[in-house]
Design a protein around this ligand. Sequence first.
Ligand SMILES: [Zn+2]
Length: 398
Amino acid sequence: MVGNKVGLIWSNDYQRYNFGQSHPLRPQRLALTYSLMEKLGLLDNPRLEIISPRMCTKEELEMVHSPKYIDIVKKISDNPKDDSVNPFRHGLGPGDNPIFKGMYEASALICGGSLIAADKVWTNDDFNVAFNFAGGLHHAVKDKASGFCIFNDIAVAIAYLKKIQKDIRIAYLDIDCHHGDGVQWLFYDDPDVLTISYHETGQFLFPGTGSINERGEGKGKGFSINFPLLPGTSNRIYLNLFRKTAPKILEAYQPDILISQLGVDTYFDDPLTQMGLSIQVYRDIAQTIKTSAKEYCQNKWLALGGGGYLISVVPRAWSLFLAKMLDVELLNELSQSWIEEVKEKAPNESTPYLLWDRGDKSDVTLLANPDVTKKMIDYTKELIKICDDEFIPALIRY
Ligand SMILES: [Zn+2]
């Protein structure tokens, strides 16, 4: 029997993962998340245990990344001006992944957090879920940083689980607005790691991959699944697709553990993307994931964070996820002290007054545009059909 304790991995040092003031991935979003969880009373829940992360060792990072890449990150982290190495060839430098002092330690700490979370859920039967919301850095690959991700903590956690349990079968479910490319490519030929990604279509958004035809290769054929979504996809259309596909896929695969990447940059107002979800929908998504983990994934769920670039929004969405893990029903309100904190840390964002926005702006927009709505509904129906006719049969043959 798996118990019902929830591990939350947290350290103030997570905020050291900081690409600088003008970078969209602001560390304040993590502190604001922890503080909101605290103010909502979630951290006092008797089922919750707060767990400190530790840095991943070099050997643990080598389960995923090449020794050469790890070495370069370490060198420029110690001395950002070190000209004996060529960081640009490895995706590091001005642009998405700027070099900063201490970047090795900051990244290794996040990886260590995800590894500890994986270990808790897999080896300690008191825990059925652990949440490392600073993790979820899904774009990094073996030799390269990409899309704000230096080391791939998700892949490190997967590699760790495969190491301690040789025959383990892992399902990875990624709801970030960007395709979960790094994790997909790192396990593309592995039938024991099923990757499922729901994301805005790569036709319009970084990293450009994640088409419906990327399905794995070799022995892993059929074990990569992608749902590229149209810009502006609304709550209702998203949920309909998600509920009709994700649980069925997991039921067919019957993994030993579920790992989810919970990026919330699908929010309608996110500055980096063009999707149409509002905050309340994350509660429904959380419910579907939780039920699926319980019914089809041996009640073991490792939850990680991911994207989301409005720091007034990300903490609210992730608090709804944590509340769902704890079976707590929250009221739709925010404490004045947290609102003040947001005003101070995010002076350029509109001030939130409620925990979730009631607005269903994209659904309203769609109602006013019946042609667009029809196109979107037809497109989603097609995805559901492909899932039923092709994705699921490929898993059952396993
Ligand atoms: Zn993203």
